[in-house]
Ligand binder design. Structure first.
Ligand SMILES: [Zn+2]
Length: 84
């Protein structure tokens, strides 16, 4: 799959694994390449990826004890739901 062939739907579905969120699937290196290339030329996907990353980074920065595992998983589920 070439980078330009990756659709926005595919990219949206890869945001969670890209961020390493709980429950996400592993990405292959080719997927990662295509995904990051797509973000460079697709502003909506870039914005979506950035927002999802900010949300998850904030949770991580809060520390493992500060946020319950349930809350982290709820957020990951929300990100996944928004991606479909
Ligand atoms: Zn896109």
């Amino acid at each position: 799959m070439r980078a330009v062939d990756m659709s926005c739907e595919v990219v949206a579905g890869l945001v969670v694994p890209w961020l390493g969120a709980p429950g996400g699937e592993e990405m292959s290196e080719r997927e990662l390449d295509a995904f990051e290339q797509h973000l460079l030329y697709c502003p909506p996907c870039m914005a979506y990826g950035r927002n999802a990353r900010i949300a998850l980074d904030a949770l991580r920065a809060a520390g493992p004890g500060a946020v319950s595992r349930d809350l982290r998983e709820s957020l990951a589920a929300l990100v996944r739901a928004a991606a479909t």
